[in-house]
Design a protein around this ligand. Structure first.
Ligand code: FAD
Length: 401
């Protein structure tokens, strides 16, 4: 291959560039990103960057030296509008194109919005650096009351950061127990209890009906969130954390299969052997039919997938030993000064055993065990060292994707 074009300039894209060079690719390497900022990491946007304790330098993914070392043709603020596999090119939004032999799709996802929230002042999503800068400004403007729609990881992290800033916070979630679909009821309960312990008003089983707004010049400004029971939670700042939609619109007409993400085989290769997909946008193991496969929205998965995708893109196929994605299932979150960590792939039927510490103390390690007594997952709260030890000693890496 003479030219490989990576579309998407975040962790999956940058790790793909690194993996391609590490695998010996010495041709032209183009990285396109529609964000005008140099590549940065998203996890701090709801944590240390939001509270101001980390600056831009601390969250950078790729500095000038990395760019030179990778011999990268980095194009920022450039949006891919179309993939034309027959013509061997990526067409850009300005009408120009990049002729290319191979493509890495790493376009991630965009934050979902509440219907009717477009253009309403005081309503925020949190996906990009600009989103985080806007939210940071809003949180520092007086002492705003904050309502967070969505009690998943990002909503919980924003709540934690806001409480540490001394702000009044309400979290609204439709589920009876937020995080239970990911962590199961017992572990989710321990996480959710952190909210009450730190003065966050968590309201589970709560339906959001809309936004309460007032006129503000030519626009409207949010003053609260209207609930399904007819009441309103007053708020000056509303943060919407209700998940993402994979960025696949630019692939319309390319012939690639898209079904809640770009469908790939277990080696991150799409239906075209010279196009791979990685990160939040990739639905791997999903070429077998509609609804099949998995899509991860985790930082660690993006890097793990990049190494596999790079090997298979250069080989022109999946199937060499080692070129199948075997996810570690590692995810972390930081809430209320505690590190929460999960590894492995527990199933809802697995038994939970606390192996160290006490959930009531907010510091413990637990494992999931299947019917054969095999450890399928490990969870830690507030104890990264013990979590690491139990993970190393108890958890086997999966043998198939
Ligand atoms: C606030 C926040 C906190 C998080 N915290 C954690 C955490 O604690 N732990 C964890 O495991 N994960 C966390 N995550 C998730 C993690 O950041 C994502 O899994 C990761 O960013 C996915 O990387 P990606 O490169 O696949 O996609 P993205 O990060 O979405 O990047 C995709 C890039 O592609 C660009 N792009 C999109 N379309 C185009 C186009 N047509 N042309 C050119 N460029 C395009 C986008 O601008 C973007 O820069 C967090 C995410 C957020 C938002």
């Amino acid at each position: 291959m003479h030219t490989i074009t990576i579309v998407g300039g975040s962790v999956a894209g940058v790790r793909s560039a690194e993996a391609l060079r590490a695998a010996g690719y010495d041709g032209r390497l183009v990285l396109l990103g529609d964000d005008a900022h140099r590549p940065y990491d998203r996890p701090p946007l709801s944590k240390a960057f939001l509270d101001g304790s980390a600056d831009l330098d601390a969250i950078g993914l790729l500095d000038d030296e990395d760019e030179a070392e990778l011999d990268l043709d980095l194009r920022l603020g450039v949006s891919a509008a179309r993939l034309d596999p027959a013509g061997g090119r990526v067409v850009l939004a300005d009408g120009t194109d990049v002729a290319t032999d191979g493509v890495v799709v790493a376009t991630g996802g965009s934050a979902r919005r509440l219907p009717g929230s477009a253009g309403v002042e005081g309503v925020h999503t949190l996906r990009t650096l600009d989103d985080a800068l806007a939210l940071r400004r809003a949180l520092r403007d007086g002492a705003p009351r904050v309502a967070i729609v969505g009690g998943g990881f990002i909503g919980a992290e924003v709540a934690s950061t806001c409480r540490a800033m001394g702000l009044e916070v309400t979290v609204l979630d439709g589920l009876p127990l937020p995080l239970a679909p990911v962590l199961g009821p017992r572990i989710a309960r321990s996480c959710v209890d952190l909210h009450a312990e730190h003065g966050t008003d968590l309201r589970p089983s709560t339906a959001v009906a809309g936004l309460a707004t007032v006129p503000a010049g030519d626009a409207r400004r949010v003053v609260g969130v209207e609930l399904g029971d007819g009441t309103t939670v007053k708020a000056d700042v509303v943060v919407v954390g209700i998940g993402i939609t994979p960025n696949t619109g630019w692939l319309d007409g390319s012939g690639l299969r898209v079904d809640n993400g770009v469908c790939t085989d277990a080696g991150m290769v799409t239906d075209l052997p010279n196009v791979v997909a990685v990160g939040d946008v990739a639905r791997w193991g999903g070429t077998g039919g509609p609804g099949r496969g998995h899509r991860h929205e985790h930082w660690t998965s993006a890097g793990e997938q990049a190494a596999v995708a790079a090997a298979n893109l250069l080989a022109g196929r999946t199937g060499r030993p080692g070129a199948v994605f075997r996810p570690s299932g590692y995810v972390w979150s930081e809430q209320y000064g505690r590190m929460l960590q999960l590894a492995g792939h527990p199933s809802p039927d697995d038994r939970v055993e606390v192996v160290d510490g006490e959930p009531a103390d907010g510091r413990f390690v637990a494992r999931w065990v299947d019917a054969e007594g095999v450890t399928t997952g490990v969870f830690g709260m507030g104890d990264p060292r013990r979590f690491g030890r139990v993970r190393r000693t108890e958890l086997r890496r999966p043998t198939a994707a």
